[in-house]
Design a protein around this ligand. Sequence first.
Ligand code: SF4
Length: 271
Amino acid sequence: MNDTSQAGTEISAAPDTPTRPRFLLREMRSSCATQRIWKWSLPAFAGRLPDGRTYNTCPSAGICKDLCYARSGTFRFSTVLRSHQSNLQYILDEPEAWEEQMTEELKHSRYHPAGSPAHVRVHDSGDYFGEGYLDAWLRIMRSTPGVVFYSYTKEVQLFEERVRPSPPANFHWRYSYGGTQDELIAPGHNHVDVFPDEESLAEAGYTSQAPSDLRGAYGPETLGIPANNIVHLKRRQGASTFRALQRAANEQKRERREKRVGPASRRPRAD
Ligand code: SF4
């Protein structure tokens, strides 16, 4: 999918207060969207904020970090990256103010169109990087029942522990292969895998997300994304899916570990 968001309208602030955008959510400008979708973006994976702090917004990224569309192209334009970093800084520095502004913003009429609910994709880049941040989003979702939220995430353990037992009724999530927690994705869990192209996706019996990103929310259990048309990333991915690449990476890691310390079954037990 193509996305070319830029910094939005800024509101004025008191001299020592950072300037905050009037609207935190941006419209997804995507050729595959069939209706208006709003999005919340963080900078993808790891980096350094202008004030020197380092961050990692995708703590469970695996092989995906080397194939990540959100770490190349327009996402690296300085205005776009800076805007996403400002979003992250706001959460880190003033989590309560951020949550309050987001909750208030979602009352705006643009999120309550006549006829059908508005959709918000939480993260077109970045992920739920911590418990407190996830909990804030869950509160925002519960306080905004007229809006539908959806996410792709690699934070399988966090979601199984904190979301699945009692999810907000207006939240759809889907696990995304290519992360360090792939092995925790159980049969029957909605998931998405990235395929080299539409043909390989169809051959595997997956449904393509290409016609509408809302399939992330409403699509079947097995959803596939054809790789973005970014030449160097397509070359790096080759003929494999993210799931297969992660499985191979995990296997290599296990083999290296076994060479170092021996097979798990022969290691001395701690008790
Ligand atoms: S989790 Fe998503 S945004 Fe983060 S590095 Fe992986 S593909 Fe990119």
